[in-house]
Design a protein around this ligand. Sequence first.
Ligand SMILES: Nc1ncnc2c1ncn2[C@@H]1O[C@H](COP(=O)(O)OP(=O)(O)OP(=O)(O)O)[C@@H](O)[C@H]1O
Length: 254
Amino acid sequence: MANKIILETESLSKHWGGIKALNDISLQFHDKQLHGVVGPNGAGKSTLLNMLCGALKPSSGCIFHNGEQIEGMKPWNFVRRGIGRSFQKTNIYADITCLENCAIATQRRFTGSFNLFASRHSNKMVTEAAEKALLQVGLSNRISSIAAEISYGEQRQLELAMVLATDPCILLLDEPMAGMGHEESLRIIELLNELKKSYSIVLVEHDMDAIFELSDQLTVLDNGTHLITGTVDEVRNEPRVKEAYLGKEEEETA
Ligand SMILES: Nc1ncnc2c1ncn2[C@@H]1O[C@H](COP(=O)(O)OP(=O)(O)OP(=O)(O)O)[C@@H](O)[C@H]1O
């Protein structure tokens, strides 16, 4: 039986003036699966993630989380619902420790009136959640390191830890392997293979080898339109995709 649908878009569109960044996109994201999203530059991948995390309001269409319509809600409501987002550019606070970075991320859960109840007890919970997130990404040995002083690859791992520290059930990841060397990418692939056993992951990534290895479902966007969603084999064997994207990539890398 297929895993349950945890997040869903229905005819989702985002237009800026005459630019149709995304047009009429209907997708389903399943629990404990990794759903890859690929497409050439400007296809609309980041726009999709920005709408799925509540940072951007759709021009039209709907987003459902566990069947409940959420596209009109505030971004912090998305976080509280367990929808966590990482960014293309490293988004860490450079001058403080890895633990402090994760603690700040954890506190994003406790926004608004929750701050009224800040206490030693909640501080302990925040620290424990931050430590757990660092452990999950293999950075336990960096707890007290200043973020600016760890390697670039570790900084990307730290950013993943900061998403995990918000206690998500859905991870929206925008190019977590960007700028990484081969060894560092392999570490992230291993990590995502582990994380997808517990989370629903939407992964935007230009590294095709990584996307093919990791994706349970794969969506191709092209110029704001939805070309296809299927298994990696289905997508790779689709003639339109072969010609338009993967064929080109494969030729280039052959
Ligand atoms: N704030 C904005 N105002 C106007 N146009 C925008 C804005 N943000 C994105 N766009 C346009 O929307 C389209 C989709 O952009 P988006 O960043 O989502 O693509 P992408 O697939 O993530 O590209 P890349 O792989 O280069 O990151 C592009 O034509 C882009 O120029």
